[in-house]
Design a protein around this ligand. Structure first.
Ligand code: PNS
Length: 163
């Protein structure tokens, strides 16, 4: 049986932590859908199209990875793309409550859908898109957090916002 999973997220922007989880998922499952979601509670720095483009540039060359944009519910999107599980990275215990809540909600909405948690690589346990943006806004070095092409896009966006 072929396994298809979905790695969902806001990816605003993609970080080395996300890339690590997607790459590891691509070695474990036959097909990995990377689902870029519009997160209603957040004001993204980058549009959906930009976030998809950044993911294409960073994980788009992994043969069994497909990047898609999604506007609706994760549970429905997983069904539409034939994904039997959601893959999420767990960085620390503080992630657990929110992730557990999402996993149970998604399973209620789509009883066929399981959630698989991958422990973050130890070098990325502190890393999040919000932290990256915050460091960049204050002029800090983010080269250890995001690939070079994303690094430049973040600083370009901050420069434009400040003009
Ligand atoms: O990278 P994030 O912001 O932690 O990802 C959160 C995301 C996008 C996975 C979550 O907000 C989501 O699943 N959004 C889609 C809408 C949805 O299905 N909501 C109900 C499940 S909580």
């Amino acid at each position: 049986m072929h396994s298809t999973v979905i790695c969902p997220g806001s990816f605003d922007p993609v970080t080395f932590g996300h890339i690590d989880i997607i790459t590891r998922a691509s070695r474990m499952f036959d097909h990995v859908i990377v689902g870029v979601f519009a997160n209603g509670e957040k004001h993204p720095m980058f549009s959906m199209e930009e976030r998809i483009d950044f993911l294409q540039r960073t994980v788009g060359d992994i043969p069994n990875v497909k990047v898609i944009g999604c506007d609706g519910l994760l549970a429905q999107c997983a069904k539409d793309f034939g994904a039997s599980a959601v893959v999420r990275g767990l960085r620390a215990v503080s992630d657990f409550e929110y992730e557990f809540q999402m996993a149970l909600t998604n399973r209620k909405l789509n009883p066929e859908l399981d959630t698989v948690f991958l422990a973050s690589d130890a070098s990325y346990t502190y890393l999040s898109s919000s932290i990256v943006k915050n460091v960049a806004y204050h002029g800090g070095d983010i080269s250890n957090f995001v690939p070079a092409c994303i690094h430049d896009e973040i600083f370009k966006r901050i420069y434009i916002e400040r003009k």
